[in-house]
Ligand binder design. Structure first.
Ligand code: GUN
Length: 291
């Protein structure tokens, strides 16, 4: 069994990005610049945005976080996006989700300039991705694809089961792995809350991507000997430690790892790959713009 070490691979990719940034700066050009909008004070969102700032700093990107209170109106938020869309100093623009309940996430996402949409959430990017055209792909599926590539995981003709159908993980993952590409060329089954016989479906899978957000959902009896198991789950469970919580995946790691050929740990698997994928998208946006 091989552990898919997202932490190690993400560090390698960060080094590659940092080298590119160095050469950009040596050529007298400004560094890529990621702007993140954070509305409200959701604890997990604060942490994620903090990670994004730290990651930018590590590779030499500029970063700006625009914080707004819970009470910001949709109109104010949209006008902020319009302003950042046309600010030439900003390479990539993300709005951290979830947003306060009175704001339409759909309208906010649709307001972002697709050329700066490094989260890959805008329908234009989703549509382009589905058609196999150049697009920003949302960070988690992009990170998983990159991880599979770096470990040369065989995907052609494999039965792949995706657990979960979210817009930002399950759906794009299913689409990417079905494309005529590497990694890709899989036969895909997407399971969700209404699916019947999930256990039997998973037991036939060569590759399982667990993205349900149900801690320790996938047990060894659901997994075929030699399957590749990718765990996207990161549920915070209360714990008696410094942070007050620990991260639990969707996979029962101890028992499933005994059967899997490759498996991602939690933490240190998909999480760091997701973080580095956002940096890759930001660099791509910069390169497309020609500065
Ligand atoms: N909330 C949870 N994941 C994400 C993400 O990848 N991007 C943004 N903007 N918000 C999120």
């Amino acid at each position: 069994m091989v552990i898919l070490d997202g932490k190690k691979i993400s560090q390698e990719i960060k080094k590659e990005i940092a080298e590119t940034v160095k050469s950009i700066i040596a050529a007298g050009k400004p560094a890529p610049h990621l702007a993140a909008i954070l509305a409200g004070n959701d604890g997990a969102s604060e942490t994620y945005v903090g990670h994004k700032e730290k990651d930018c700093h590590e590779v030499g990107f500029r970063s700006t976080v625009l914080r707004f209170p819970d009470s910001i109106s949709q109109k104010e938020l949209l006008s902020e996006i319009v302003r950042l869309n046309s600010d030439n100093e900003i390479t990539g623009l993300i709005v951290q989700l979830p947003l306060p309940g009175h704001i339409s996430e759909r309208e906010v996402i649709e307001a972002i300039n697709p050329d700066k949409d490094v989260d890959g959430f805008h329908p234009e990017n989703v549509g382009r991705m589905v058609m196999g055209l150049p697009a920003f792909v949302s960070a988690t599926p992009y990170g998983i694809i990159e991880l599979m590539k770096r470990y040369s995981i065989e995907t052609s003709g494999k039965n792949c089961v995706i657990l979960g159908r979210s817009n930002i993980v399950g759906r794009p993952m299913a689409n990417l792995l079905s494309q005529k590409a590497y990694p890709g060329d899989c036969t895909i089954t997407v399971c969700h809350s209404k699916s019947k016989n999930i256990k039997g479906i998973c037991a036939e899978a060569d590759i399982i991507v667990a993205a349900l957000g149900v801690p320790e959902f996938l047990s060894a009896d659901m997994v075929k000997e030699g399957a590749v198991v990718i765990d996207v789950g990161i549920t915070r469970v209360k714990a008696d430690n410094k942070s007050g919580f620990r991260l639990v995946g969707d996979v029962k790691f101890d028992e499933v790892s005994a059967k899997a050929s490759f498996i991602t740990p939690v933490p240190g698997g998909v999480g760091p790959m997701t973080r580095v994928a956002l940096l890759k998208n930001t660099l791509k946006s910069y390169e497309l713009k020609g500065r």
